[in-house]
Design a protein around this ligand. Structure first.
Ligand SMILES: C[S@@+](CC[C@H](N)C(=O)[O-])C[C@H]1O[C@@H](n2cnc3c(N)ncnc32)[C@H](O)[C@@H]1O
Length: 377
């Protein structure tokens, strides 16, 4: 392994960004998060990890002092809550999502030790939060630190049976050679609203315009990750009926139609609060809904099975969450809620591997090739 291919994982949680990077030889030299329950799960996966710094990212001096040398990459899956309805769209002014600025402050304070590459990951609301102003502010902040940027939207559905669209922003110091390319066109990875930002926002460093292939067709089916045996904690008929009564007419009709057919079907559902009260919203498109952190009943995903046993429902298990994030053998420890929180907040590992293969490792190699043995920048 190349000893210089090192990274810092900010907002590390249970460490799935790092897990995705490890496949190509990246070595984590520093991880940071504030949640002890996440660190327990990280250490269940990685073993005792003195590099995992349990500290508020706002404590710049303490954090900078713990980062060894000059890592090649810093990743930041900063909290998304304020970029969505759950955080009342407070955006980068919100208590949690404003931690982006704390991350940027760490980069600024690192000075000559600033990593030549950065990767941000967040929800699609990052592009639209406060009429797009938050994304512009974040891009300008990174450009102010000397990074040329690119951004794309990747859905985990290409790698696992889960609908999970995420915005990725890649930054590379100006010295890293990247081919000059025409501005990006709308496509699978760059929706029209993103292309508009990329073509209208003038950054002092400019944009990278990376040439990205379309992501692959998925191989894993929802049926492959959901357990259907009797050992599962299936709900009583009373509970199933109660959830059916909470369905809209459309959703109930869909369930009844599938029950009348001969083909076994697996779907998922969420309980949602809508204007008319609580609703059970089902989907049978071969994808689980986007995993979330469990807040009350509404963040937890429900499995819906229609087969020879009739209509069955139950909560999705942490093991199934782990499979949907591409980590089928993750050593689960701690409470069920801790596990659901860990995986609901995490990333889909094969999606990160794709980002690494297509973007991060090529940029890293390009930097090495241009500077002999050292980093660019
Ligand atoms: C979206 S999650 C990232 C999860 C991670 N990518 C993973 O694979 O598990 C955001 C993380 O930011 C952490 N966080 C929130 N506020 C923080 C703060 N002030 N300092 C450090 N970490 C913080 C949360 O504990 C949470 O784990």
């Amino acid at each position: 392994m190349d000893a210089d291919k090192t990274f810092c994982e900010f907002f590390a949680g249970i460490g799935l960004v790092g897990e995705g990077l490890r496949a190509s030889g990246w070595a984590c030299v520093y991880a940071n998060d504030i949640a002890p329950g996440k660190r327990e799960l990280y250490e269940a996966l990685n073993g005792p990890s003195p590099r995992y710094h349990l500290e508020d990212v706002n404590r710049t001096a303490e954090i900078v002092a713990r980062i060894p040398g000059r890592p090649a990459l810093a990743t930041a899956s900063f909290p998304c809550v304020d970029l969505s309805l759950a955080g009342h769209y407070r955006g980068l002014d919100g208590r949690e999502s404003s931690t982006f600025f704390a991350f940027a402050e760490v980069l600024r304070t690192l000075g000559a030790r600033r990593p030549p590459l950065v990767l941000l990951e967040n929800v699609p609301g990052f592009l639209t939060s406060r009429q797009g102003r938050d994304f512009v502010t974040a891009a300008e902040t990174l450009a102010g630190l000397g990074y040329r940027l690119d951004a794309f939207v990747l859905d985990a559905r290409h790698f696992a049976p889960q609908s999970r669209r995420r915005v990725f922003v890649v930054g590379a110091v100006e010295e890293i050679p990247a081919p000059a390319r025409p501005a990006s066109q709308p496509g699978m990875l760059r929706p029209a609203n993103l292309v508009k930002i990329l073509s209208t926002l003038r950054l002092p460093t400019g944009w990278l315009n990376l040439d990205l292939p379309d992501p692959p067709e998925r191989g894993v089916r929802l049926e492959d990750v959901i357990d259907r045996d009797d050992a599962q904690d299936w709900w009583s008929k009373v509970e199933v009926d109660r959830h059916c009564r909470m369905m809209s007419d459309d959703h109930l009709r869909q369930v009844e139609k599938l029950r009348a057919g001969a083909t076994p079907r697996i779907g998922t559902a969420f309980r949602r609060v809508r204007s008319g009260g609580q609703r059970t919203e089902v989907r049978f498109d071969g994808l689980a809904g986007c995993l979330r952190t469990p807040r009350g009943g509404s963040g937890k995903q429900i499995v819906v099975a229609i087969d020879a046993c009739g209509l069955r429902m139950r909560w999705m298990t942490p093991r199934e969450y782990a499979r949907l994030q591409g980590m089928p053998d993750f050593p689960l420890i701690g409470s069920r809620n801790q596990q659901l929180f860990g995986f609901g907040d995490a990333v889909c590992v094969p999606a990160i591997q794709w980002v690494d293969r297509q973007v991060l490792t090529p940029l890293y190699e390009s930097a090495r090739a241009s500077r002999g043995n050292g980093h660019a920048g």
